[in-house]
Design a protein around this ligand. Sequence first.
Ligand code: C5P
Ligand code: MG
Length: 212
Amino acid sequence: MWRRVASLSPLISSSISSYLNQAAYKFKIWESFTTDIPTQAKGGLFSKGKAPFITFVLGGPGSGKGTQCAKIVNNFGFKHLSAGELLRREIASNSEYGAMILNTIKEGKIVPSEVTVKLIQKEMESSDSRRFLIDGFPRTEENRIAFEKITGAEPDLVIFFDCPQEEMVKRVLNRNEINAVGTVDEIFEQVRPVFAGISCELAVPISPTSYD
Ligand code: C5P
Ligand code: MG
């Protein structure tokens, strides 16, 4: 189905392929992680009977995909999964892959597909919903292949929010985008100026002892 969607729209497919190609060199990290993409586990996504309806939602930061996903959830009852969010949650849970994921994201690289796909798959399997929006995935062609191999499923729909870079930068700058990867104190150093800039009584800095 993915291939059919892509071939139906040259505009969409070329946008997606340029998006995927941006990270093509990052395939190397996968090669060094494993030489073999594991095959689909028995049961899993299809064990509840009806096959899930899977949508991949692609687009750069500030393209509006998160906002539109929230609307799709409200209007059509989909379950929204964000690959980046699942990875951040894994870091926060101090799991066996947490440190590796943190380092990979800090280096601006793509996390080995097996890890990301398994997080997505686990989330889908534990959900009551059978309709999914998977946001920020795939980031590479290799991500996509791993998803199909591991889950045995293909996307039913692929949506790409094609937004000019200039517009995305404008939106992101308006958003106070905090890079939420790092230690608590590193992240707070980005949060502090946002609040320090607010000129209202409630945002007046208070001494640390008064809220410790
Ligand atoms: O999509 P988001 O910006 O939240 O992703 C944050 C980071 O998570 C990315 O910069 C990348 O390092 C990692 N990521 C990944 N594979 C994905 C999605 C995100 O490695 N499919
Ligand atoms: Mg997002």
